[in-house]
Design a protein around this ligand. Sequence first.
Ligand SMILES: *Cc1c(COP(=O)(O)O)cnc(C)c1O
Length: 415
Amino acid sequence: MNILSTELIHHPYQAPEGFESPVTPVYKGSTVIFKNVAAMRQRDWRSRNGYTYGLHGTPTTFTLEERLSSLEGGQHCVLLPSGLAALANVALALLKTGDEVLLPDNVYGPNKALAEHELAHWGISHQYYDPLNPADLASRLSSKTRLVWLEAPGSVTMEFPDLLGLVQVCREFEAASPILALDNTWGAGLAFKPFALGWSSGHRSAPPTLLGVDVSVHALTKYPSGGGDVLMGSVVTCDEALHLRLKATHMRMGWGVAANDCETLLRSLPSMALRYEAQDASARQLAQWLGAKKDVVQVLHPALPGGPGYDHWVALCEGQGGLAAGLFSVLLDPAWRPAQVDAFCDALKLFKIGYSWGGPISLVMPYDLKGMRHLPTTALKPGHLVRFSVGLERPADLQADLAQALARSKRPEPL
Ligand SMILES: *Cc1c(COP(=O)(O)O)cnc(C)c1O
């Protein structure tokens, strides 16, 4: 045993205090050292006025939590190792055997898989509702409904729901008061404010009430990271009791996040709004350009007329800056052969084939909607769906890439 080992661990040197930098230090640590036993006994992991253990928070995680709460207009935040883990935290903390969860039919796919597997195994039932029809959601609410998921717009097909209308039917349901949880990855806290969606005219003579969701989940993997490098998720709330339920489950499940990942997010957050706006502008330009091609039967972009739920996007987002994420899908002519769709994606050079979005690299992904939807929809025309996530490349270069790939995939192939 090296005789120096103790000295190197219990070294007397302390760096001077007072290093002031705008950058949040990367505090690492599983163990937190208490001054004495009494201090250890007094410390409560739930309060953020002290530290108990790395898993329960460090100055780095507390700082990131505060910034994300501000971003979404909430008060409290829990960090998780991925966006999907954040969705799971909400379900595990709030549901028990016998409860029911309602999900929009166009919800982020893995959230459906969680409901269909783990939740179903634990005796928690689920139903899908039509995101474009608040009356359909209203008809599925029951005294068993404990949690209602919302997403705006839906993953892949991009239908923008009447978010305020959906919240209103849940708030007016008298047999139960389900918790409303929004997957806010697309809005990212920039396109609209999840805890202040708008005013309800109220019942009869009651004064109008400000309507919002109870929980906002954000896959920080997307725009907050912006680099395609970090996986993380957050759960933001305004209600302290609800936050403590989420945090207790978070603690019991041991869902920690890495300090270096928090550092990357803290570095990326200040540029997020600029990136979001740039990616939005490029995506709209490309979506419009593609929409004019005769091979494209429908453009699915909530901020472009003709996109499903466009009027709802206008109502919710236009007054708040009129923003949208850099994400859209197109439906290609159903007469195209599936191999032609694949050839189009393969022919793209700048758009890489890959999942996720919000990073600097543009991505493309073909989707087969069969098996992804449980309810009929009239919002989508028949066709082959291809989704684009627009990165930070020059829009003209991306447009040229789309043009050459369209031309190449239409070349007659030998049968
Ligand atoms: C990507 C994504 C998630 C999951 O985030 P991960 O960090 O990849 O687990 C959840 N919801 C939406 C809408 C997403 O796009």
